[in-house]
Each structure stands twice: as C-alpha cells, then as structure tokens.
Design a binder for this molecule. Sequence first.
Ligand SMILES: [Zn+2]
Length: 376
Amino acid sequence: MIFTRKYKVVTPRPLRLGGAEIAYATSVRYLGVQLDQKLHWKEYIKTELSKTYASLWACKKGRDCGFSPKISIWLYKMVLLQRLMSAAVVWWLTAERAEVRNRLKALQGNFLRAATGAMKTTPTDALEAVLDLPPLGLLLVGKAELTAYRLVCPGEWIPARAAYTELNSPAAIKALIKPSTNSKRIWETMEELKKLEKHNKTTLAWVPGHGGIHGNEKAGRLTKQGSLSETVAQPVGVPSVVGQKAIKNKIQREHTHRWKNIESCRKARAAMLGPSSTRAKQLLNMDKKDLSTVIRLLAGHGIFKAHCKTIGISEDALCRFCKVEPEDCLHIMCDCPALAVTRLQCWGIGFLTSDRISRRKASDFSRLAIKAGIEI
Ligand SMILES: [Zn+2]
C-alpha cells in the first residue's frame, strides 16, 4: 500500500514474492483502524458511525421502555463513545471537516433525543447543555489529547522535530560522514549525532565562519554561558492525573464558551446560563417521563402553543391558561399570571426573571408541571 496526498496515485512496479505478484491495496486494517491511501479516514469513520448507530438503537426502545436515561447515557459515554473514539489520536483532525462534524453532531443529537424522550425538534446544543455533555467534536479532540498525554508521560510519544547543525569546517563534516574514525573527538561527536537522530531529522551544513550570522553568534554566547553556569534546580514531576484534569477542564470551558456564544437556542440560553454537572446529575436520577418534561421546559421545545405555531401544527399561539400572551417555556415558568399562585406554592415566588430559573433544582420544574397540570 502506498500512502500519498497526490491527486493521481502512480503505482510503481509490482512487487514479487517467489514469482507471484503482490497487488497493491488501497486500504488496509491495522490495529482495528482502517487506513486509506490518503489518510482521509472516510471509510473508517463511516464504518464506526454505522456500528455506533446500530448499538444505539439497542439502548432506546420507545419513550416508556428500554434502559433508563441514566443507564443509556452511561452506556453511551463509557462504551459506545470510547469505542468510536479509540483511535481519535490519529483521525481527530478529520473531525474538523464540516461533513464529519455534522455527522458527529447528528449522532449525538439523535441519541440524546431518543434517550431522554425530548421532542424531535430539540436542538442538539440545548440537549448537550442540559445534560452537561460536551459536543462530540470537542470530546474527540479531548480524547486525542488524553491519549497523546498518556504516551508522552512514559516517553513513548516522539514529537517530530528538526535539528539543524552548522559547522564551520568542511573537513569536520567530511570526517563525520565517514563510516570510521581514529579521532576520539570525532567519535564522540558521531555518538552525539546518533542520539540526536533518534528523535530528530538532522541536517549537517557547512557555514564558512561565525561572524555576521545571528544564529551562530547567539549559539556561541549560549554555549559559553552554559559551560560557566551550574545547575541550580532539578525538574520535578507531577502526577499524570493533573494533566488529565487540565485537559478535561479545558473541554468544559470550551463547551460553556460555545453555549454562551451560539446564536440559536434563545429561550434555552435564557433558562440555562451554562452546562451544569449538578443539574445533569439531578436530571439523570429522574424517571424518563419527568426528565422529558423538564428538558422540554428548559429547552423550550415541547407542546407549547407558540412553539406548535412555529413548527406549523397549530394556528393559535396564545397561552392556554391566561389567553393573553404567547405560550412558551419562559412564559410558563416566569410570567404567566394564571400560574402565579402555582409558582408561589411550588417555588415560593409568583413571578421571576429568567436568570433565576437556572438556579432552581431540576425537581422544581417537574413539581411545577405536575401542580399546574401542564402536558408538554
Ligand atoms: Zn399564560
């Protein structure tokens, strides 16, 4: 198999083994990863997504049967995503392409809507914020970083670096490229170069004299400085868990930043200031019916009359209780005068602003829905 980025792949002379011709392959499976000639990963991603979809349907069986939302999401995060992202360290860059990014987003959205009983129109961004689950593209990058970090710690990751060595004597270069030497100095230099070549692409270049070349003058100064000074400190290691935690925190920060800066999900953003692990835990401890109701209230996608009018299944947008204002999730939770007494009984306050909603417990919303008799 030949790896190349060229548009036209020129196949060289066929290989022969014992008189038999060995055909070149266009893709090959290695360590469970399907490698293609141009490293586009199309075939691999397609296969892995199909496998993940097939497994997902086993986790959801309608609104009232199958695994509980907590178990479904645990299986998704701990089994299915881990399998999908097992080789993230080699193909994570492909996930930046719009086509792959959209397919990953669709996968996560379809699963979350099915697992939580959310309405089909609920945006994936809103569900990810409610359940504190970062977008799949971000999780993939995080997984690749964690793998790279795990390999760097024991020294198993070899970063590609280039070393450029300049010498001011052509005779020294000639002596260094010879296979043997009688000089101890040249032999020591050869050994040092061998060490350097293990992790670097090394180039030897002849530079006539040091004067006037900025890099050489600086190298000369640093060599003198280094030979005169003594080591005053030793590097101190840190537990690998510190690095892992930093990578996970970075993903959480990026998720919050994206949520605050997206242009869609206006009502959901008013009801949720950002993803919250506490709220996600409270939600996943509910049964599927209550979870579905709370998600519909927080995301704004449910059988609210204003939303029904927007998606074209109702002509009337006015609130079913007060018949005065359009009925959406914020109107029900904050402003509806006909539900002021219910809110007072449930939450101790008749009217509230949207920023105070995000501080409420998940169970408060299901209590309000039950008390008000709202079917959403
Ligand atoms: Zn109302």
